[in-house]
Design a protein around this ligand. Structure first.
Ligand SMILES: NC(=O)c1ccc[n+]([C@@H]2O[C@H](COP(=O)([O-])OP(=O)(O)OC[C@H]3O[C@@H](n4cnc5c(N)ncnc54)[C@H](O)[C@@H]3O)[C@@H](O)[C@H]2O)c1
Length: 319
């Protein structure tokens, strides 16, 4: 198979590309290195079945058209990612995630190519349900708060996939990733585990935003890549949405303690208000837990790697 991976030099894209090449497939990566890096592909750099194209999905619509025409399937992962980046540059978030995705979906529909589009648990917004299911109504915050531009732009991507599926029979699937973590993820854009591990290894204080009682579920990137690879071969997933994430919930304060324990660090924990960490009026969710029955029923997928393994792997990749 010949796969196109947009955002293939990113954190998840790099791991996916490695796995696809490992199974003997050809992979074409399109990435503008905005948050990704060629370093994420260093382990497969010499592989003759890998072609890396440095290009922006916003500006190179013709290139996307010809590359999509020649591939068997597309994983569309390129996006403006990370809460910090989204708050700092909301215009880039919207244009990349909306028009960039449009540039990918149009040729995918034209050539009837299998495509999986990455969305996010952020689309569940301020829902207070104990766990989130793909058919839930969504409760997104006001446009006065930039952070919601990420959720809204990704949600529009989802509607695009559904619309192309209905109107052009696009074999498209949406995946809603919950927090995905693992080696090579950078803490630069606000991802909490690499940020904590980096600081713990240096002996700096771990900064917990808010009161630390907000909880999240963290899934190892290896499990996430396995889910993507199971879904890509399943026609039953066309026109469907799947949550992908772990169901082990941990508060951010507990996570900080666990990182300190696993890294053997002497770091302290300090608490920082959301206003100071992001921007005035920043809104966060207290909990975010996926219901993953849909993907489990279709593919038998469940996460296999523990949060401790995630932290150890991040530590080893940074240390
Ligand atoms: N990591 C997570 O926890 C998580 C959670 C929810 C959703 N997601 C989604 O998964 C996907 C991959 O995220 P990631 O964590 O690997 O982040 P990442 O930032 O490492 O990967 C995104 C990649 O897209 C590239 N990119 C950005 N804009 C581009 C453009 N205009 N043209 C070409 N390339 C561009 C970046 O350089 C980067 O390599 C994204 O769509 C993201 O929204 C990730």
């Amino acid at each position: 198979m010949r796969y196109l991976v947009t955002g293939g030099a990113g954190f998840i894209g790099g791991h996916l590309t490695e796995a696809l090449l490992g199974d003997g497939h050809e992979v074409v990566v399109i990435d503008n290195y905005s948050t990704g890096s060629v370093k994420n592909l260093s382990q497969v750099a010499g592989n003759p079945k890998l072609r890396i194209i440095e290009a922006d999905i916003l500006e190179f619509a013709e290139l996307l058209d010809s590359e999509i025409a020649r591939c068997d399937a597309v994983f569309h992962l390129a996006a403006a990612v990370g809460v910090e980046l989204v708050v700092k540059d909301p215009v880039r978030t919207i244009t990349t995630n909306v028009h960039g995705t449009e540039n990918v979906l149009k040729p995918a529909a034209k050539y009837h190519k299998r495509i999986i589009v990455a969305s996010t648990s952020e689309v569940y917004g301020k829902s207070t349900l104990p766990e989130f299911t793909e058919s839930d109504d969504l409760l997104i915050g006001s446009p006065y708060h930039s952070r919601w531009s990420y959720a809204c732009s990704k949600l529009l991507d989802e509607f695009y996939v559904m619309a192309f599926h209905r109107s052009a029979d696009l074999p498209g699937t949406v995946v809603r990733f919950f927090n995905t973590v693992g080696p090579r993820q950078t803490g630069m854009y606000g991802m909490v585990i690499p940020r904590f591990v980096e600081r713990a290894l240096k002996g700096d204080a771990l900064q917990v935003y808010g009161d630390g009682t907000q909880s999240r579920c963290f899934c190892h990137v290896t499990d996430v890549v396995r889910a993507l690879r199971l879904l890509i071969d399943r026609p039953e997933s066309y026109g469907q949405i799947y949550n992908i994430g772990s169901r082990r919930s941990i508060t951010i304060a507990e996570l900080a303690k666990l990182v300190i324990e696993r890294t053997g660090s002497r770091s302290k924990i300090e608490y920082l208000s959301y206003d100071k960490a992001y921007a005035k009026g920043f809104e966060d969710m207290m909990r975010r837990m996926p219901n993953t029955e849909a993907i489990r029923q279709l593919t038998d997928w469940q996460p296999e790697l523990t949060l401790e393994k995630v932290i150890d792997d991040v530590k080893n990749s940074l240390g």
